[in-house]
Design a protein around this ligand. Structure first.
Ligand code: ATP
Ligand code: MG
Length: 364
């Protein structure tokens, strides 16, 4: 019987509420395939920052490094800001991305039967944005400059090393997805602005170098501006999309909105050794404590965690548990009476969690 240690960070706002449902469901799914999960609850949050001045203490980061995977609820509160205006959630999220070298941000966008997906397209949406997670425009935390109050610069950094590894991850993902759904072509789309910037032209050139190693996978390109229109007008064209950090931040939010809102969009931040899983949305302080948050994105992030553990440890049971959670979510969302208020339904966070739990246990 395999066993994994999870570091669980509930965080701020609705974070602890959606985390509770996720851990319940993930544990039940693991149970059905004979996997034991040990959890340790950590405290890294905006609330902690307000109390102590530190959002991600060293011992909490060390506990994340020691775990097999990190599950994160949501971090950040609007009032928790540094004097320069930066939000404290970056201390935790960017701190963990850097500290655990989680260089690829995976953001699946998938529509669910029966759930209105905002767009008029009849086709199903099913693609994954792979966002470079540790350099690009966000490297400017190390390279920005201010000249008095007249000029401010930020520095975009693209390295061959950083681009190769994230692009390779995207091609590997396209292969894996193709194995699961052979009727769909394996395709990786490079999103950039190579017609205007040397940095993005370099990103595309490195993409081409890596693509040459994967002759079985189709390659495709889109400029970031055109990409936003394709995501709205013909999203069915996409399979795996790979892009720079800031572009990935933007198009993954758009992708989440097109499939029915932030409450549905999961995310994984992964490197070669570590993985961290959280919903793509923030801590939604406006609805915290009301028991009405939609835990779908959080639970789907838990499913990604199980699948990632399975791939990482060559553990078919963990992969099966991840798929079981995904099936359970799809079956629960198909019933309007089981949806939460953001999707027009009457359910509470816990009521939705109960329904998913039942579906996980009923799935033979
Ligand atoms: P961040 O800066 O951390 O990305 P944000 O400012 O983009 O956060 P969110 O916290 O993601 O904002 O929430 C935006 C709005 O979407 C919230 O006010 C909330 O009403 C709604 N929302 C977000 N997540 C959920 C959820 N899981 N269930 C229901 N509504 C949600
Ligand atoms: Mg946001």
């Amino acid at each position: 019987m395999s066993h994994y240690d999870l570091a669980v960070v509930g965080g701020d706002g609705i974070g602890p509420e959606i985390t509770r449902e996720t851990i319940r469901v993930v544990r039940a799914a693991a149970d059905t395939v004979g996997i034991a999960l040990d959890t340790v609850d950590l405290d890294a949050s905006a609330v902690r920052w307000m109390r102590t001045g530190v959002a991600l203490p060293d011992d909490q980061l060390a506990a994340c490094l020691a775990a097999d995977a990190v599950y994160l609820g949501a971090i950040g509160l609007p009032e928790a800001r540094h004097p320069d205006g930066r939000e404290v959630n970056g201390d935790v999220i960017l701190g963990l991305r850097t500290g655990l070298d989680l260089y690829a941000g995976l953001r699946p966008a998938r529509s669910f039967a029966g759930v209105p997906k905002v767009l008029t397209t009849a086709a199903d949406i099913d693609y994954v944005v792979v966002r470079e997670n540790v350099e690009g425009m966000f490297a400017s935390r190390l390279g920005g400059a201010r000249v008095g109050d007249a000029v401010v610069t930020d520095t975009l950094i693209i390295t061959r090393y950083g681009t190769e590894r994230v692009v390779r991850r995207a091609f590997e993902l396209a292969r894996t997805r193709h194995l699961r759904t052979p009727d769909r072509p394996a395709r990786v789309t490079c999103v950039d602005k190579s017609n205007a910037f040397a940095s993005y032209a370099f990103f595309r050139a490195v993409f081409d170098d890596v693509a040459a190693e994967y002759p079985d996978v189709e390659r495709d390109y889109a400029y970031i501006d055109a990409m936003t229109t394709y995501q709205v007008q013909r999203p069915e064209r996409f399979d795996v999309v790979v892009t720079e950090n800031l572009f990935g931040d933007i198009i993954s939010d758009l992708a989440g909105a097109t499939v029915g809102g932030l409450g549905l969009a999961p995310s994984a931040d992964v490197g070669d050794e570590h993985g961290m899983f959280q919903s793509a949305h923030g801590s939604a302080p406006d609805i915290a404590g009301l028991g009405i948050a939609n835990p779908t994105a959080a639970i789907l992030s838990g499913a990604l965690m199980l699948s990632w553990l399975g791939a990482q440890h060559d553990d078919a049971a963990a992969l099966a548990a991840g798929e079981r959670v995904e099936r359970a979510i799809a079956s629960v969302l198909a019933d309007p009476a089981l949806r939460t208020p953001d999707l027009g339904g009457p359910q509470t966070t816990e009521g939705f969690g109960d329904a998913v739990l039942r579906a996980v246990e009923a799935d033979a």
